[in-house]
Write a protein that binds this ligand. Structure first.
Ligand SMILES: [Zn+2]
Length: 426
């Protein structure tokens, strides 16, 4: 490859990705695990995941990337820089899906990164800092818990050993699944990352509602998840008068309303969801004796999230006391709110402006690999709209021109970070 030492940022600004090639690659990857309804079922560390990983690596090697795999199966495809000693400017996402997943969630971020590298290879230019595309293992958390496993290990959120010991419903461990598909790599120590960008479909309706092409992601909501158990008393639905009942489901119903109110009290970014309910004994003519429900609270700042936590606990005591019922609240997950790095967020905004795309500031309501990466490197995300805001669904859809726009913004943001890395160091 010819090296253009004199390549300037000005000429980089003229580079554009190949939107048709990006779309074709997305469609080709979507054939691996394709479902009848037009979605994708490609659970983490399955044979289908292996095929998708192999395809990505083949594509990366076609353009001269070197490829490394770490001990949790994360893949790093690297395009050398003129100053190859600098920490890479990285992008990436995941290619595992939900059982009834779509073609774009995660896959877009990986293939947008690949398209950036392909574009630079076509143009025969080199960046100062090296560039890397990462494929993070098991982002979805559908087959193995916890979610965002590969990026979590990389960022030190939990240990490699802890992740390797997790197992699916059949009892197969992550360790065994990785070696079965040939992706148990040797590398145990994470490498330094100069900057991390992740392009992703929004998975929500805000960009579409505002008719904007690019979401400049400011950060991700903090989350607290709970298991709440309401202990009532089972009794016969006929002989037990209303005033003598201890109906656990009635208390649960109060709590569902309370969760909704707590989120509304913390608008615009507060979220509160009861998504799962287990009623015992769940029989037509038995007063429910025990109800377990999940509560998911989210907020943009920790003060709000803490206030929501207190409000939930207060609501549980009040609802219980009212009816002489015990309510247990156990927090099972906590992700602090994660703001992204101002300088990189600025590069995303700048990229959208320079390219003439409409944009707006948004906050990510969902977790992403970028949220963990933000703990160990400067990080930012680029959102593009998805049809009707629908994701984690086989009908998930996105427009080719939006995907191309987001990829062009990614290209410009990565180039600016890669050149700055060099100049700051020089
Ligand atoms: Zn995703």
């Amino acid at each position: 490859m010819q090296v253009h030492e004199s390549t300037t940022v000005a000429t980089f600004a003229d580079l554009r990705v190949d939107g048709a090639r990006l779309w074709d690659s997305l469609m080709q990857l979507a054939r691996i695990g394709a479902t009848a309804k037009g979605g994708v079922c490609r659970l983490a560390l399955t044979e289908l995941d292996r095929q998708a990983r192999d395809l990505f690596i083949a594509w990366a090697k076609e353009i001269g990337c070197s490829v490394r795999i770490d001990a949790i199966g994360n893949i790093f495809a690297r395009r050398a820089g003129l100053r190859d000693d600098l920490p890479p400017v990285m992008t990436g996402s995941h290619i595992d899906t939900q059982p009834t997943g779509g073609k774009f969630d995660g896959n877009y971020g990986v293939l947008a990164g690949l398209e950036v590298l392909r574009t630079l290879t076509d143009a025969n230019v080199q960046t100062l800092a090296p560039l890397e595309v990462a494929v993070w293992t098991n982002e979805e958390g559908s087959r193995f818990v916890p979610v965002m496993m590969g990026s979590g290990v990389f960022a030190g959120a939990f240990t490699l050993e802890h992740a390797l010991e997790q197992h699916d419903r059949e009892g197969i461990t992550v360790r065994d699944a990785l070696s079965q598909i040939g992706y148990a790599g040797e590398i145990k120590k994470p490498h330094a990352v100069g900057a991390y960008f992740e392009a992703h479909i929004e998975q929500g309706p805000v960009l579409e509602a505002h008719d904007k092409t690019i979401g400049v992601v400011q950060g991700a909501l903090g989350q607290r998840w709970y298991d709440v158990t309401v202990h009532g008393m089972e009794a016969h639905a006929g002989p037990t008068p209303m005033e003598l009942r201890r109906d656990a489901l009635l208390v649960a119903a109060d709590l569902i309303h309370a969760v909704n109110r707590i989120a509304l009290d913390h608008a615009p970014h507060g979220r509160g969801t009861v998504g799962w309910l287990d009623v015992h004994p769940n029989s037509r003519n038995v007063i429910p004796g025990r109800v377990t429900l999940t509560v998911d609270l989210r907020a943009a700042d920790d003060a709000s999230l803490t206030a929501m936590d207190s409000a939930l606990r207060a609501a549980c005591s009040v609802a219980g006391e009212k009816s002489g019922i015990t309510v247990d609240v156990e927090q099972v997950v906590y992700f602090p709110p994660q703001p992204f790095t101002a300088e990189l967020v600025g590069a995303v905004k700048q990229g959208a402006d320079t390219l003439g795309f409409s944009s707006m500031d948004v906050i990510s309501g969902a977790g992403h690999d970028a949220v963990y990466l933000a703990r160990v490197a400067p990080a930012a995300m680029i959102f593009v709209p998805c049809k009707d805001g629908i994701s984690h669904n086989e009908i998930e859809d996105a427009r080719a021109d939006h995907l191309e726009a987001g990829c062009n913004v990614l290209l410009q943001a990565m180039l600016s970070a890669a050149q700055k890395a060099g100049s700051a160091d020089a």
